[in-house]
Write a protein that binds this ligand. Sequence first.
Ligand SMILES: Nc1ncnc2c1ncn2[C@@H]1O[C@H](COP(=O)(O)OP(=O)(O)O)[C@@H](O)[C@H]1O
Ligand SMILES: [Mg+2]
Length: 285
Amino acid sequence: MIQGNRLPRSLKKNGYRVKITEPDNNLEKSIKFFKPNVIFNALHGQFGEDGFIQTILERFKIPYTHSGVIASSIAMDKEISKKIFIKNKINTPKFLTYSYDIKNEDLIKKIKKKLRFPVVAKPLNEGSSVNVYICNEKNIIKILNSIKQYKKVMIEEFIGGREIQVAIMGNKKLGAIELKPKRKFYDYQAKYDLNAKTKHIIPVDLPQLKFNQLMNLAFKAHKVIGCRGVTRSDFKYFEGDFYLLEINTQPGMTKLSLVPEIASYSGITFIKLIEWMLKDASKKK
Ligand SMILES: Nc1ncnc2c1ncn2[C@@H]1O[C@H](COP(=O)(O)OP(=O)(O)O)[C@@H](O)[C@H]1O
Ligand SMILES: [Mg+2]
């Protein structure tokens, strides 16, 4: 899925020659014909964000934006990336994975032993809060059965408190934004529907030391996963502790997206951000 047209419009306005192409059977032809200096990967979600399109793009030997094949696929897998966070002492909510292979009672017992209700059930490799559910002991089985198509899901301890996201831009700790959803949590609607009236707060109200700690955590996550370009890490902040939920290697770049908002607060205009990404794309990683 290509996100909106702000990006190509803004590039064209600034004198760039831009061709929009879908990642379909004509991709190769289109690239060979247009001969771009750089490919801006504006895709989102599975295929565009999980190392798949990156593998295809590698073949053209043309620089492309954001993370490479391996970092993209690691970051897209919440189980693998969380294991790497834990190894690197980056706090992340406790979790277990479930493959629909044990009895319901055993699952409930396991959750009670390892975590505690409420928990959050979510796919390992989705995004946009799609099929993310807060569950209690009563509704969890029904919810899990409703997302059986994933075959394996993550069950994570529910962390209350604040929702804060951090942007990293190469070696620069770009900044953070707090989201205050009016809804139960930062779900799909809270993310994309203006009527849901999620509040965006910049600067984030945190003591300087805590803010630095948060920046360092996101920076470390970016580095240990091996990311390139811009990433956005999603945190919960509860009782003085940060919990990293995930790192996004293809953060949104639309008008409503958070990375452009964070960049703008730190004095980097949208076009400057995009230009940096294009330049950074030529750096192999
Ligand atoms: N363990 C958790 N505790 C509390 N809220 C969570 C938890 N996991 C996810 N959420 C909520 O769901 C949203 C989406 O979860 P996230 O793990 O970032 O997946 P996605 O890839 O869909 O964005 C988060 O921004 C947060 O509001
Ligand atoms: Mg997220």
